[in-house]
Design a protein around this ligand. Structure first.
Ligand code: NAP
Length: 500
């Protein structure tokens, strides 16, 4: 069935005065509207506690769009006129009935065909309560589709994730639940599939015969900022590894699906997560490294350590850095380490994947005392977007010398425009009913069971924190993790290969 390319729906945003709604959701909806990817038949109800009139809310929407937009946005008034506000405490059971009647009126006024999207842009402790009320008070009783979009974190561990899932499943079926992992909306993460499955040169090499190791890095220069309270109960393992890092590994390691549709891709990703070797108890220290930033320099500015941050315990055992070695026990990947690393307050902001190919059987250039660089395929995810293939070739006039060269494709450089934000694509996918780039419950559950083994071990054993300086590449033990296998991390920032 062809998906409706200009969907109509009533979108209810819970947490409509919050940061996510203002910085991401309103500007993304506006871009969809501006490009004609949103039908005229849409309305938005914003829900939060603070009292606001519809007019005040529409002003907020306009301001948020203007501060994000690169142009003036001529049709911004028209766009904002589709927005309505209801002041409502989501724990107040009486107020949902009013919301139901308001939604029914807008359904009629905007001819939304009874399609509804409920976007929960609020703290996760409210997700279950909201879902239960949406069901009990008849808001999910609609003529068209109903979809629930929820933000991470999806639970705190497998047990809490299961409890939350059971609550939301009382109101929505699995295929109506869109669990956001905004990494899956990023242009180059979506591109992993295309690079692998649309090129004859990579897929035959994509296995343990030709690949020596794969490195996935996501580093930030920012510290915990004002999110100390949340982060203290989360840490890098839950905040980054359980979702974004494991999702990227699954996309890199999965078998080619028989079709590029939601079910087939998800089922291949699930197989990867099932094949991941369990790391628990005394194995954790061999396969995983944790770190916490101390003070240091970022852009020549002195910054304080994690334990000095607001709302952080001065004795905190929370990790702000994780490096790990994952093994996928299947025919394709047996013996190939997937190294992952993520951290805050590192020397640069970068998300990238490096696929390192095995060395050629012998070096014919040894007489000129050249060591050949391994071939690398680098997928740059952010802030740069693109692909670089590192090869060895002879430069003009450089007789019989193999020189490292790079073939690069820069997404932004070629198009000359910034790629649209991940949320715009994910919202559009959700409106069209394409759940490919959202996480299925099976993926969430498998990721939690993998991560729980590690966090349970770490909880029992106090760490020697802080163990890396702000502005560095993380703790030394993270280098040792690779050195034990005869490898090293490729640099975090721009991956320069020396030109001879
Ligand atoms: P936020 O700025 O703290 O916003 C929370 C929103 O919830 C506000 O609109 C608040 O408005 C409303 N709210 C709080 N308690 C309420 C209640 N009892 N009833 C009704 N409304 C209530 O949080 P955020 O940064 O937008 O994050 C929202 C969710 O998205 C979180 O789960 C977060 O982890 C996730 N997330 C955020 C980002 C981001 O870039 N911000 C990125 C990824 C994921 P009132 O105070 O007016 O009620």
């Amino acid at each position: 069935m062809r998906q409706n390319e200009q969907p109509s729906a009533l979108i209810m945003i819970f947490g409509a005065t919050g940061d996510l709604a203002n910085r991401k959701l309103f500007p993304s909806l506006y871009r969809l509207f501006e490009k004609g990817n949103l039908s005229e038949n849409f309305a938005v109800i914003g829900v939060a506690r603070r009292p606001l009139s519809n007019e005040q809310f529409q002003e907020n929407v306009k301001k948020s769009v203007q501060s994000a937009a690169s142009n003036e946005g001529e049709n911004i008034d028209e766009f904002a006129s589709h927005f309505y506000y209801h002041s409502h405490d989501v724990t107040d059971t009486n107020s949902y009935v009013f919301l139901r009647d308001m939604a029914a009126k807008l359904d009629e006024q905007y001819k939304t065909m009874g399609n509804r999207i409920f976007y929960l842009a609020m703290a996760p402790e409210f997700f279950g309560t909201i879902a239960i009320h949406l069901n009990e008070d008849g808001l999910t009783n609609v003529a068209g589709f109903k979809r629930l979009v929820i933000e991470k974190p999806f639970g705190h561990d497998l047990k809490s994730a299961k409890a939350l899932n059971n609550q939301i499943r009382t109101a929505f079926s699995e295929d109506e639940i869109y669990r956001i992992d905004h990494y899956l909306g990023k242009e180059m993460v979506r591109n992993i599939e295309v690079i692998r499955f649309a090129n004859a040169i990579f897929e035959p090499l994509w296995n343990n015969r030709y690949i020596s190791n794969i490195q996935v890095t996501s580093s930030e220069t920012l510290g915990v900022e004002e999110r100390g309270r949340y982060y203290e109960n989360s840490g890098a393992l839950r905040d980054m590894v359980q979702n974004h890092m494991l999702q990227m590994v699954a996309l890199l390691a999965m078998e080619p699906p028989i079709k590029l549709n939601t079910e087939e891709i998800r089922s291949e990703k699930v197989k990867v997560l099932r094949a991941m070797r369990t790391i628990k108890d005394d194995k954790v220290d061999k396969y995983f490294v944790r770190g916490q930033y101390g003070e240091g320099l970022i852009n020549d500015q002195k910054v304080s350590g994690y334990r000095e941050e607001q709302m952080v315990d001065p004795q905190s055992n929370t990790e702000t850095f994780v490096a790990g070695k994952l093994l996928i026990d299947n025919f394709r990947w047996a013996g190939v380490p997937f190294y992952i690393r993520t951290g805050k307050r590192m020397k640069s902001k970068s998300t990238k994947i490096v696929i390192q190919f095995k060395d050629i059987p012998m070096n014919l250039y040894y007489k000129t005392e050249q060591t050949l660089n391994p071939n690398l395929l680098v997928i740059h995810i952010q802030p740069e977007e693109g692909i670089t293939l590192h090869l060895n070739a002879q430069k003009t006039g450089n007789h019989m010398n193999a020189t490292p060269v790079k073939l690069s494709y820069a997404n932004t450089g070629i198009d000359g425009i910034n790629t649209p934000e991940a949320y715009e694509k994910l919202l559009y996918d959700c409106m069209r009913g394409d759940a490919t780039n959202f996480t299925h419950w099976d993926e969430v559950a498998l990721s939690w069971s993998f991560v729980d083994n590690i966090s349970q071990f770490w909880q029992k054993t106090p760490a020697q924190f802080p163990n890396y300086e702000s502005g560095s590449a993380g703790p030394k033990e993270s280098d040792v993790l690779l050195a034990r296998d005869g490898f090293y991390w490729w640099p975090i920032g721009d991956l320069e290969v020396e030109n001879c």
